[in-house]
Design a protein around this ligand. Structure first.
Ligand code: TRP
Ligand code: SF4
Length: 547
């Protein structure tokens, strides 16, 4: 177990997002934004949003997710995404972690994967459809796509019986297939009967201890061991697409799952055989100190007797008489770098890539030494290479790791979607039938639920004509934007404009939405029936022989 914090260094990722956010014209207004995802005026009211995978708290301050947790804004990346899904265009997908890695693979025709999981605790509803659609879209873009039933989690964390789980598991998979998931191209599985998954979970579990579970999830002495096992199982789910081959992988989820994503990203790094960093001399330096060293190296012409061979001590003297580089997170890094340089004395200051031995076997370490081309220097726990780019070094480290039995995982990426508002206001909840529309609801029931939904309308028709409706706060508008308008941006925009312009009144608007919902449900349920056959061919067990 290493002592690395769960948060991996942010600085590597921050500069990867394209900077063309301003060019993004949002065709369709967002449910509670103004034309594009904008932090709400009251953002910041909650200064401590807890992201809790099993809690019932709504995340009502998305801005905090960017500031506090380092989730990045999706909009900045949108122009790079080939043929983006409407949920992306409409800002329903609002955030990501390192999704640029996946986008790059998509654009370059390189392999990539997508995976998400569903806890079978109730009927699949319109909120789950978002994730189904996200998976299917990634599959259509050429990704290896996985959908899983988190039955171990449902049993251990939610206490559902196996009989209930079996029934719901079928329903989730049927809807996923009915919406267009191609099971020939992708993989569907249940956690409970996937042996490779459970073996991976076991291995990953040896990298996580109880203190960490406590810190991340608030587990305590009363938490059952199976519950904890369901967490490492989810870690295995997230890394599963990379078991055969490491590849960029996206996990589409709600932001409540972010703690899982962060832990999985950390585990991906922890299991690696070698870390690859940059260095300027034989000693170790932290990122801030490296910034200082890089500055000194750049300026070597100004202080070195022989600019082809600048010495550490010369750099120390020069730095001591110059201003601190202003881009340091830790201002103390200047002094500590100077101290290290002095201690290194006459050693040349020379850029290099460094391979750190993290979990390598002796054989792998030896093999890496062999494999490094050009000048290299071997130390106790690391190897310095002088003629390799960072990127080539990363590739080489992974190659050697894979050849010696390692996983070579890339940190998984994620995208986050907004939660839908319940039809009765507040949170959409699986346990409150009136708050959501189940994909199994009778089309007539769906119609009725929409008809009785709360709206963002005004008290009277007159006021509505005068002031316009509040589409931004309207669950019915959300239904249009998230589902009923489908790919038709024009239509979604029309509903929005007519609403806020006062031309649309809630009665008619709901009638239109209710009819569309009835059609959607009827059509979906027909497709579910057709999908029965596909599901039967899949050889997934729905009769758990468990108590
Ligand atoms: N924990 C998820 C939920 O509560 C379900 C889940 C299990 C999952 N494994 C996963 C989600 C892997 C995404 C990826 O719904
Ligand atoms: Fe909502 Fe439609 Fe009423 Fe506007 S007109 S507030 S979108 S129901």
């Amino acid at each position: 177990m290493t002592e690395e914090p769960i948060d991996e260094p942010e600085d590597e990722r921050r500069d990867t997002a394209p900077e063309s956010a301003d060019e993004t014209t949002q065709a369709v207004p967002l449910p509670d934004g103004e034309g594009s995802w904008t932090p709400r005026a009251d953002g910041g009211a909650v200064d401590d949003v807890a992201l809790d995978p099993w809690g019932s708290s709504t995340v009502d301050d998305y801005r905090n997710l960017f500031e506090q947790f380092g989730i990045e804004e999706f909009d900045a990346l949108l122009p790079e995404v080939p043929d983006p899904h409407y949920l992306m265009r409409r800002g329903v997908i609002f955030g990501h972690r390192e999704y640029d890695r996946v986008v790059r693979a998509m654009r370059e025709g390189e392999p990539f994967a997508a995976l998400s999981g569903f806890m079978p605790t109730g009927d699949p509803h319109v909120g789950h459809k978002l994730v189904f659609d996200e998976l299917i879209w990634h599959q259509e873009q050429g990704g290896d796509t996985y959908g899983l039933i988190a039955d171990l989690e449902a049993h251990s964390a939610r206490g559902l019986s196996w009989a209930e789980i079996d029934e719901h598991a079928r329903d989730y998979l049927l809807s996923l297939l009915a919406l267009g998931f191609d099971p020939e191209e992708g993989e569907l599985y249940r956690q409970s009967d996937n042996r490779r998954l459970q073996d991976l979970a076991f291995e990953l579990g040896s990298e996580v201890n109880f203190s960490e579970m406590e810190a991340i999830y608030g587990f305590g002495g009363e938490t059952s061991v199976s519950y904890m096992q369901s967490v490492v199982t989810q870690m295995a789910d997230i890394l599963y697409p990379q078991l055969a081959d490491p590849k960029p992988t996206v996990i589409p989820v709600g932001p409540d799952q972010d703690p899982h994503v962060r832990l999985a990203r950390d585990l991906a790094a922890r299991t690696r055989y070698f870390g690859v960093t940059e260095a300027y001399a034989s000693f170790e330096a932290d990122p801030d100190e490296r910034t200082v060293l890089a500055r000194a190296y750049e300026e070597r012409g100004a202080f070195a007797d022989d600019p082809d061979r600048p010495r550490c001590v010369e750099a120390a003297d020069w730095l001591a008489s110059h201003d601190t580089p202003s881009d340091l997170h830790d201002p103390g890094a200047l002094d500590s770098a100077i101290e290290k340089l002095r201690a290194a004395g006459k050693e040349p200051l020379r850029p290099r890539v460094r391979f750190l031995d993290r979990n390598a076997t002796d054989d792998a370490f030896e093999a890496l030494i062999e494999a490094i081309a050009g000048e290299k220097r071997v130390y106790e726990g690391h190897i310095d290479a002088f003629e390799l780019s960072h990127e080539n070094a990363e590739d080489l480290a992974r190659e050697v790791e894979l050849a010696h039995g390692g996983y070579g995982f890339l940190p998984p990426s994620s995208i986050y979607h907004r939660f839908m508002t319940g039809l009765t206001g507040g949170k959409m909840s699986s346990s409150v039938p009136a708050s959501h529309i189940s994909l199994l609801d009778d089309p007539e029931t769906g119609y009725e639920k929409v008809k009785s939904a709360t709206t963002g309308g005004r008290e009277t028709a007159e006021l509505q004509r005068e002031l316009g409706g509040r589409a931004d706060e309207c669950p019915v508008y959300e239904l249009y934007a998230y589902l009923l308008a489908g790919d038709d941006d024009e239509f979604a925009k029309e509903v929005y404009d007519e609403c806020v312009g006062g031309e649309r009144l809630c009665g008619d608007c709901k009638e239109q939405a209710a009819v569309l919902m009835r059609e959607f449900l009827a059509d979906h349920q027909e497709k579910r029936e057709e999908a029965e056959e596909l599901l039967a061919d899949l050889d997934i067990e729905f009769d758990s022989a468990r108590a």
